[in-house]
Design a binder for this molecule. Structure first.
Ligand code: GUN
Length: 278
């Protein structure tokens, strides 16, 4: 079997077009959605992500402002900035780009963001509400993964889903979303003894570890839907966690890297920012 390619760029474009219409309607009511993006230090990957996020806001009509702080910024100064953004009426979403420099306690920073403006869905209030089925911001990357799977028409309910990676940002929320959709979910991590045993039984396989080429064809069930969240630069090129060329000959559906999950993360950030207005 040769897999159908899930085109993340196209799915992202379609959602962004709808979001643009929504911002036009909101502006007619006198409301411009506003996002504050906070970057601390000069991590090149973070700088690139922030630039893409700001640009994407402009494209759908969301007002955005970037706060670029020095690498040696004191924790209290960042907390003060967040508090001032919490108070602003024109700012509906606050995003503090991670990772933060080591003198800053990431948990304290996440806790400082008003949960109603936490469009990343990292605040424990949002995580808790999400887990008990109350309205909440859902973290952007796993939310994007769900949207991509939905475009395949696969009914997630009752399926066996294996998530490889148990991070707070992707693995855990992705697994929980799949559980909410009615899947039977297995989460694999660093201490998993027989990874292939779990990946081979998956109707839907979600991989988010940042280990290029970890998943080979022999680890994938025939016809499975394979979602590759990994993006690692190898010799100047982005490489996923899945050996794309061989796995696409066995899977039913597969996301490429780049052009799969990547474009969806920023799209769902835009989506959550507009939800924050509502
Ligand atoms: N760093 C890597 N991914 C993310 C993300 O989704 N949000 C934030 N704030 N930082 C990140």
């Amino acid at each position: 079997m040769t897999a159908k390619i899930i085109d993340g760029k196209l799915v992202a474009q379609n959602i962004r077009a709808k979001l643009k219409e929504e911002t036009i309607k909101l502006k007619e009511k006198g409301i411009t959605p506003g996002l504050a993006v906070v970057l601390v230090g000069n991590n090149p990957a973070s700088e690139a992500y922030v630039k893409m996020k700001v640009k994407a806001c402009g494209e759908v009509g969301i007002f955005s402002e970037k706060h670029h702080l020095e690498v040696d910024t004191k924790e209290q100064d960042l907390l003060n900035l967040i508090e001032s953004l919490n108070q602003r009426k024109d700012i509906h979403g606050i995003l503090v780009q991670l990772p933060l420099p080591e003198q800053i306690d990431t948990t304290k920073v996440i806790l400082a963001i008003d949960p109603k403006k936490d469009i990343d869905g990292f605040h424990p209030t949002n995580i808790g509400n999400f887990h008990i089925g109350m309205p909440a911001f859902i973290p952007c990357t796993p939310y994007g993964v769900l949207k991509l799977i939905e475009t395949t028409g696969i009914d997630i309910a009752g399926k066996d889903v294996t998530v490889v990676g148990a991070s707070n940002l992707v693995g855990k929320p992705a697994a929980f979303l799949m559980l909410q959709e009615g899947a039977t979910v297995t989460i694999c991590h660093k201490l998993t003894r027989d990874l292939a045993l779990h990946t081979r039984k998956a109707d839907i396989l979600i991989v988010a570890v940042g280990y290029p080429g970890l998943i080979t064809a022999d680890m994938v069930k025939e016809g499975a839907c394979v979602i590759d969240v990994g993006t690692t630069k190898v010799e100047g090129k982005l490489k996923g966690d899945v050996e794309f060329e061989e796995v696409k000959e066995k899977a039913g559906w597969i996301t490429p890297v780049p052009g799969g999950v990547g474009p969806m993360t920023i799209t769902m950030l835009l989506y959550n920012t507009i939800e924050a207005v509502k």
